[in-house]
Design a protein around this ligand. Structure first.
Ligand code: ADP
Ligand code: MG
Length: 219
């Protein structure tokens, strides 16, 4: 079990999470775009980076007081600035996470885990993807499963989010042999096999960012 400062998830934590995600997407922008060039239209890194720059600019202007409102703002901004499939999907996830968190000024681990699962449900409702369809769901679902399993086993939030990040990254890599059944990559049929899904890859970055921001730092 992780020892260290107890982690309080407040609006600053959520801002740190999304800012960390934005930084990761910015540095992985060309990699994400190259993955999308192989099985899509080569815009995933660029579009997500553009949307997240708009998000960080908004958050720098003024930060909502509650974690739920921060998530709502992030979701709305992604929906309005990112075209294609991933903007509405990420945006819906963040809005659902915000709605599930509600107005409380701080969030504990079980509420955060349930909110993340509500975000996944939002993505699946909007996009209709099932596990194994070679989409962002293939990173998101194992991540929330690992988070829940770790919390149920008594892990603290930093350990649980680290387990979620590892599971998301494994899930993203596991999309390589899959054939795409949703989104633009599905137009390629069997030719989508052998490439890692770009959306699953960016999804692993958001879970890595969550693990970083919730990691307890020794005093
Ligand atoms: P577009 O395909 O419109 O160019 P992006 O390139 O930004 O959008 O995002 C592509 C990613 O979106 C895919 O790699 C996949 O992970 C995800 N995606 C596409 N369609 C769906 C869907 N129906 N459900 C879940 N994820 C999807
Ligand atoms: Mg694309």
């Amino acid at each position: 079990m992780t020892v260290g400062r107890p982690v309080t998830v407040d609006s600053a934590t959520i801002v740190g999470w999304i800012t960390g995600f934005a930084a990761a997407v910015s540095s992985e922008r060309d990699t994400l775009t190259a993955l999308d060039a192989a099985i899509g239209d080569a815009d995933h890194g660029a579009s997500l980076d553009r949307g997240l720059r708009a998000v960080t600019a908004k958050l720098a202007e003024s930060t909502p007081d509650s974690p739920g409102d921060v998530c709502n703002l992030v979701g709305r901004t992604l929906i309005s600035t990112v075209g294609g499939a991933s903007g509405p999907l990420y945006g819906t996830a963040l809005r659902e996470i915000g709605k599930a968190i509600g107005p409380s000024p701080t969030v504990d681990a079980p509420v955060l885990a349930a909110a993340l699962r509500a975000g996944l449900a939002g993505i699946q409702r909007l996009g209709g993807a099932q596990p194994g369809d070679k989409t962002m769901v293939d990173a998101y679902l194992p991540a929330v499963d690992a988070l829940d399993a770790a919390l149920a086993a008594g892990a603290a939030l930093p350990e649980a989010t680290a387990a979620a990040a590892a599971a998301a990254s494994t899930g993203a890599r596991a999309t390589i042999p899959l054939q795409a059944r949703k989104g633009r990559a599905s137009y390629l049929g069997a030719r989508s096999v052998g490439h890692q899904d770009p959306g699953a890859t960016s999804m692993s970055l958001i879970f890595t960012a969550l693990a970083h921001v919730t990691a307890s730092t020794p005093d």
